[in-house]
Design a protein around this ligand. Structure first.
Ligand code: ACK
Length: 992
């Protein structure tokens, strides 16, 4: 029987006086953990030991010999795993003169000189025996007998030891089923023979010999310090050390002396001496010498492989990782400019350097003008998501300056890039030019003093002005009445808004304007005027208002009479505060409070008076002339700083009147100033003032860094994007719209008379009526005696001097052509006479190379023979704005047949369009200025001109064209289209 909480065995004892007793109770209190630890220790122990005999592992009868026969007897039991084991038991305690022997089989030493004998046994406590203990013993003896063969000679047995139990068990233990197993180990040596016998002598004890294990210890095979030490049997003496010389592992050599170790009798390797090291080109890894990986090498003195030249390793790299290199440069880098933002995109480098941690860094540098080098972009430029350590292959760079050249260095880096020398790092450069950008929104609007009818406002400049702020627009309306709002303008960052209702909430929004246009409005700010006055004061106020209204009416009548009485004074009296203009909007319609008109200086009897009226005298001491920039008709054109007291220093152009001039020349010279002085527009060259009180007489204008447009374009042939070119044309059109609104006809609009500043802003210059034409080398005398720049001038102006804003529009078309062809001479080398003749015969300039069709259409429209059919400047500005807002409308380029140089294109009749064959519905609607209906047409299913040609007025109404005027215009065009479609002949002819 066996009982155990952990299946731990207990062993039956031999019966006393022939009665057998059951074994002790199983040990239940050992912790599970202890068993685990024990198992581990045993495992290690067995690693270092070799069993020569283990009675437990013997299957069947071990065949040990007992003498006398009734002494030791073999009893089968089960071990802790219920596996059968053999125990030898003897318990002849009640009998006298016991001498019971048990001999083992012959045990081979296997060359071991010292062996260990481990005995496990239980032993009965003599005191616990019933009825006296006279002969009872509590020990037994162990003997051995060394022999080279198996013959047993009992007399030769030598005693090893008397074995006593540490713990003997009693009857009580038996009752409690507690087993007291003793383990005793003895060593035996030196052994010199092949084998030996063991014998156990019982002299009258009660013993159960549970297991006998005979083993020897050895020092196992070991690799240490790159040397291999073989499996070694220890020496025969108890404390003897066996010295063993190790063999250096493959690809290693002894350092100074052969490595040695010492094997102890306990099977331990002790006292290492010397060592081996890897040969050059190999490095130690897990006790072996491995050849250096590609990218590594190992110098003779080093212990590990180092990296080859231009290969690196960082601490965090695992030892098994090869040396790596910085990556090559990113590939296929492209940029996409959107106003003042640039989107950079690239592909991963061809060579990642053997690493996975490739990241990208961007270096942004601004290209300084005039070849002054590069300057790192400041902290204001934003990189999204960031500038350094990008894991994606794209970045958005925002808040750059408008119209500025930038050079971006794009670098791929990895974990070892910092270790590489600077020259080993590879970059790719992207050169980018930003476009014009409107200012960012005004972010803060503050309320100052509040009256019952006024609120004073102030605001901060936009964070990103993107140019010089020309003015602010303040839009306001009474809360919840936003269908009717008022816009006022201010050049300052503050203003008092008047004419408000008391105790009313108003919504205010502010936006800034630069030459690039308006920025977005600020968010809405709600401010309230002061409350009503008391009843009495209200009455008082009412009477004050009545008086004021009467006075105002009287004043108005006087002013009106004054205005009507003489035009000369009219302008100056009607002239508004240039700092502040006010427009009222009601349900989307603009009501201009008054239009300023250009005053012809000729209307002044004394031209000096016009100069005095429209220009500001500047003291010459405020001007420094720094260098000459060109030669004008009247003298040199110079530039230098203008330092007006209390104002910022300003770079100006200085036109001088050369010495020895006549009075007429002086008058002609200053003529331009008295015209220019009347204008105030971002696209008109700005007059700073004149110097007439000292000599030389000078005209001071703003300085335009890039000089005249024609030369500038020729110099930068092909350098700009279409949007940049359209931006320039838009500027010119905007300046011209202003001039035509003022009633001023330029007469000599040409790229040579447009100046370009450093921000690519184009401004109309060269004013001065007949004088302009006199000093324009392009102007030639016509048959009627006038001097006219033939190639730029509308036919009616050439033929009968009909100069109007419509003839300026013709010239504008030529300027567009000059811009799109980067300063090409209109009509090339054709003579003026041939040009007049060709134009008269309806031939027109062909579309410039790479010119978007939409722009060419606009040029052609400007060259309509019938001047009333030409677009107005405000329509041109509007159209160009549309192109800028929707650049995809510029994608379609002019048909190549229109681009053949030296060929003129026959202009389609007013009704037709030179490229109607390829026209879309949108193009056609645009061409008749009805582009706004394009979407409705598409939605109505009229997507092709063929379907449109079938449309009736009813269809138009169904589509959503409700205005009678528009319906009429569209229907007329549809009818013309039908005529065109029916005629098989092409509208485009070419002639040499
Ligand atoms: O083509 P440009 O460089 O630009 O050469 C002519 C020259 O003077 C004679 O007219 C230049 N110029 C004229 N006005 C200005 C100005 N306001 N700023 C810069 N250059 C100017 C013009």
């Amino acid at each position: 029987q066996s009982l155990s909480c952990f299946n731990f065995p207990f062993y039956r004892l031999p019966p006393i006086n022939g009665t057998s007793t059951t074994g002790p109770k199983a040990l239940c209190r050992l912790a599970f953990l202890f068993i685990i630890v024990l198992i581990c220790v045993i495992y290690l122990f067995f690693l270092l030991t070799v069993n020569l005999l283990d009675s437990r592992s013997v299957m069947g009868d071990p065949g040990w010999v007992a003498y006398p026969k009734n002494g030791w007897e073999e009893i089968g039991e089960v071990d802790e795993d219920y596996a059968p084991i053999h125990t030898y038991q003897v318990c002849r305690v009640m009998e006298q003169n016991q001498n019971n022997w048990l001999h083992t089989n012959w045990i081979l030493t296997e060359g071991a000189h010292r062996v260990f004998i481990e005995l496990k046994f239980t032993l009965r406590d003599c005191n616990s025996l019933p009825g006296g203990v006279g002969t009872c013993k509590e020990t037994f003896n162990m003997y051995y007998y060394e022999t080279n063969d198996w013959a047993l000679k009992e007399s030769r047995y030598i005693k090893i030891d008397t074995i006593a139990a540490d713990e003997s068990f009693t009857e009580l233990d038996l009752g409690d089923r507690v087993m007291k197993l003793n383990t005793e180990v003895r060593d035996l040596g030196p052994l010199t023979r092949k084998g030996f016998y063991l014998a156990f002598q019982d002299l009258g004890a009660c013993i159960a010999l549970v297991s006998v294990r005979v083993f020897y210890k050895r020092c196992p095979f070991l690799v240490k310090s790159l040397a291999e030490f073989p499996d070694t049997i220890p020496g025969s003496e108890a404390s003897q050390l066996v010295e063993v010389v190790g063999h250096c592992v493959n690809n290693s050599l002894p350092l100074y002396e052969p490595p040695r170790m010492h094997c102890s009798t306990e099977g331990e390797w002790l006292v290492p001496i010397g060592k081996c090291v890897c040969q050059p080109g190999f490095e130690e890894l897990n006790g072996l010498c491995h050849v250096c990986k590609p990218g590594f090498y190992r110098s003779p003195g080093a212990t590990a492989c180092s990296c080859e030249e231009r290969h690196y390793k960082i601490e965090s790299d695992p030892p098994s990782m090869a040396c790596t290199r910085p990556p090559s440069a990113p590939r296929n880098a492209i940029s996409n400019v959107n106003e003042t933002s640039v989107f950079l995109e690239w592909s991963v480098p061809m060579e990642t350097g053997g690493r996975k941690d490739v990241r990208y860094n961007i270096l942004c540098r601004r290209v300084l003008p005039e070849g002054r080098g590069l300057e790192e972009c400041g902290p204001n430029v934003r990189f999204l998501p960031r500038r350094l350590g990008l894991s994606n292959t794209s970045v958005m760079v925002a808040d750059l300056q408008s119209h500025t050249n930038y050079s971006f260095l794009l670098e791929a880096v990895n974990g070892v890039s910092d270790l590489a020398k600077e020259h080993a790092r590879q970059y790719v450069t992207l050169n980018v030019t930003t476009n014009q950008a409107a200012p960012s929104p005004v972010s803060v609007v503050r309320k100052g003093h509040t009256g019952k009818s006024s609120i004073s406002l102030s605001w901060a400049e936009p964070d990103r002005p993107n140019g010089i702020i020309l003015e602010y627009e303040i839009k306001y309306f009474e809360k919840e009445q936003d269908s009717s709002y008022t816009i006022i303008k201010s050049k300052e960052t503050e203003m008092v808004v008047e004419g408000l209702k008391p105790s009313s909430v108003y919504i205010f929004q502010v936006r800034a304007r630069t030459s690039a246009g308006y920025g977005a409005f600020s968010r809405r700010y709600e401010f309230q005027t002061s409350p009503y006055l008391t009843a009495t004061s209200e009455r008082a106020q009412a009477s004050i208002v009545a008086v004021a209204v009467t006075l105002a009416l009287v004043l108005l009548a006087v002013v009106a009479g004054f205005l009507l009485s003489g035009r000369r004074c009219g302008y100056s009296k009607a002239k508004q505060d240039p700092e502040e203009e006010k427009m009222h909007f009601h349900n989307g319609h603009i009501k201009f409070p008054g239009v300023r008109t250009y005053i012809d200086p000729l209307t002044y009897e004394d031209p000096n008076q016009a100069v005095h009226e429209f220009t500001q005298e500047i003291d010459v001491s405020f001007i420094s002339i720094e260098r000459i920039i060109g030669a004008g008709e009247f003298g040199e054109v110079c530039c230098g700083p203008l330092r007006l007291p209390g104002k910022r220093e300003l770079q100006v152009a200085i036109k001088t009147l050369k010495a020895g001039y006549t009075e007429q020349q002086r008058r002609d010279f200053l003529w331009e100033a008295s015209i220019m002085g009347q204008f105030n527009h971002p696209n008109i060259i700005r007059l700073e003032g004149v110097v007439t009180k000292s000599k030389p007489v000078m005209i001071i204008t703003e300085y335009m860094e890039n000089g005249s447009l024609d030369t500038f374009l020729k110099k930068n042939d092909g350098q700009f994007t279409v949007i940049q070119l359209v931006g320039m044309m838009r500027g010119i059109a905007s300046g011209m719209r202003y001039l035509s609104d003022m009633g001023y006809v330029h007469r000599d609009l040409a790229a040579r008379n447009i100046l370009v500043n450093g921000n690519l802003v184009c401004k109309v210059s060269d004013f001065g009526l007949s004088r302009v034409l006199e000093d324009d080398a392009e102007a030639t005398y016509t048959t009627r005696g006038g001097k006219i720049p033939i190639r730029w001038t509308a036919p009616e102006a050439i033929a009968f001097r009909k100069f109007t804003s419509a003839s300026d529009v013709w010239s504008y078309g030529i300027v567009m052509w000059e811009v799109m062809s980067y300063g090409e001479r209109p009509y090339w080398e054709m003579s003026n006479q041939d040009v007049i003749k060709a134009v008269e015969e309806s031939y027109r300039l062909p579309g410039p190379m790479d010119c978007p069709e939409a722009l060419y259409h606009l040029m052609m429209d400007c060259w309509q023979r019938e001047r009333t059919n030409r677009p107005k400047f405000d329509e041109i500005v509007c159209l160009l704005d549309k192109f800028i807002r929707n650049p995809s409308s510029l994608k379609k380029l002019v048909n190549s047949s229109h681009r053949v140089s030296n060929l003129l294109v026959e202009h389609a009749s007013v009704e037709g369009d030179c490229s109607s064959r390829n026209q879309t519905v949108g193009d056609w609607l645009d061409s008749i200025k009805m582009g706004r209906y394009t979407e409705l047409f598409m939605e109505g299913g009229y997507a092709s001109l063929e379907t449109v040609a079938q449309m009736t007025s009813e269809d138009l109404r169904r589509v959503g064209v409700n205005l009678a005027g528009h319906q009429k215009k569209i229907i007329t065009s549809i009818q013309e289209m039908r005529v065109h479609m029916n005629s098989a002949s092409s509208t485009v002819k070419l002639c040499q």
